[in-house]
Design a protein around this ligand. Structure first.
Ligand code: B12
Ligand code: SF4
Ligand code: SF4
Length: 309
């Protein structure tokens, strides 16, 4: 067995020990993955504004610090949803934060370090890849699509975080499959029926992203919610859990909730007022940084206003 085979063996062994899952695929597939996305663009299936907002994810920037990109490593880590607690008018109100929002950067750093430790003895490296991860996860056989367009990994449901890395590791192993929907979805449409905005279509598979609550509550703070939005649809601090909650493939994970940040009434008032992160009391700012919520801080005043009038 050559040493490159040992790298692959080590990769899978370490992932298994940690309860993670992953796949390696050849970088030769990058044009195919790009095509999986751009074909929808050329056929005008994306809302133009949505496409513009997310273009940087669809560009497959490959100007990274590697002599050559030879392979892609994609890793899935199980992650919970979090409960954020807000004190308001002498009561406590909890708002859920769906999986992947908190500690996102932590996981990316941890996975990058882990893969680099495996590759280093052989002189190879891996760096973060900003590319469409669900397509790669399904193409590599790591995950399958749900009808809700979210990816599912066996044993984790949709409660997992994907990290993709480019590497100069010349893999002999390659994983490449057709885009696949879970078998469970063939007899189920619970998510389609539950989605309040009809973002999960009945006439095609591709999500109508411009209708998704998540799209609107992740947009910059100056963007108000569309008039056709019923305030009762909001169910999370950021994101939306309707289509994951009803999904039978999530039966085992749906109650996996960990405690997130807790804010006093004074802190909540400052956030609602739109105080910048820098202007917040140090302890409040540290709380937001500790939970890796800075990237979403600016959308909180608009999103919270729905729940705390
Ligand atoms: C843009 C984006 C969004 C947009 C658009 C979502 C979308 N479905 O495209 C918005 C803002 C709406 C969004 C919402 C959410 N997102 Co998002 N999002 C992204 C982002 C930046 C790119 C995703 C992308 O490539 N979209 C483009 C479309 C074309 O790709 P696709 O969805 O894979 O579509 C494929 C299928 O439709 C397939 N297809 C087409 N026809 C057919 C037919 C059949 C039969 C089959 C099988 C397949 C198939 O082809 C398409 C191309 O391959 C990624 C980050 C990243 N780097 O990847 C996160 C990411 C995908 N999002 C993530 C999450 C967690 C969410 C939310 C669950 C957040 C929440 N609410 O809690 C929601 C889910 C909404 C939903 N139902 O999809 C996670 C994925 C988690 C997972 N388990 O899959 C990612 C990876 C980010 C992260 N934090 O880890 N997101
Ligand atoms: S709710 Fe049903 S149709 Fe939707 S993703 Fe889950 S199993 Fe598939
Ligand atoms: S995240 Fe919410 S709005 Fe978006 S598709 Fe799922 S249920 Fe619909």
């Amino acid at each position: 067995m050559n040493n490159n085979d040992d790298v692959i063996k080590d990769f899978y062994k370490i992932l298994e020990e940690k309860g993670y899952k992953g796949k390696i695929l050849s970088a030769e597939h990058i044009p195919d993955i790009r095509h999986d996305i751009t074909k929808h663009h050329t056929q005008n299936r994306f809302d133009p504004e949505f496409y513009d907002n997310y273009q940087s994810f669809f560009e497959f920037k490959t100007d990274v610090d590697l002599p050559q990109i030879r392979s892609l490593f994609i890793i899935s880590v199980p992650v919970p949803q979090f409960e954020a607690v807000f004190h308001w008018k002498n009561e406590k109100k909890s708002l859920l934060i769906p999986p992947t929002y908190l500690y996102g950067l932590n996981i990316v750093n941890q996975i990058t370090e882990l893969v680099n430790e495996i590759l280093k003895p052989m002189g190879y490296k891996a760096v973060y890849a900003r590319i469409p991860q669900k397509t790669i996860a399904v193409r590599s056989g790591l995950a399958e699509y749900g009808r809700n367009n979210i990816t599912y990994v066996p044993g984790m449901g949709s409660f997992h975080r994907l990290t993709t890395l480019y590497s100069d590791f010349p893999t002999e192993e390659d994983n490449w499959y057709e885009l696949k929907m879970m078998d469970l979805c063939k007899e189920c449409s619970a998510c389609t029926r539950k989605c309040p905005t009809q973002a999960i279509p009945t006439d095609r598979f591709l999500l109508r992203a411009e209708r998704c609550i998540t799209y609107h509550n992740e947009l910059p703070p100056e963007m108000t919610f569309p008039e056709w939005f019923d305030p009762a649809w909001h169910n999370c601090l950021v994101g939306c859990l309707h289509c994951q909650k009803v999904c039978p493939a999530n039966k085992k994970v749906i109650n996996w909730t960990e405690l997130g940040p807790e804010f006093s009434e004074a802190e909540l008032s400052l956030i609602l007022k739109g105080e910048s992160l820098e202007e917040l009391p140090i302890a409040t700012k540290e709380k937001i940084v500790e939970y890796d919520l800075e990237n979403y801080y600016e959308v909180l005043p608009r999103n919270l206003a729905v729940f705390f009038k």
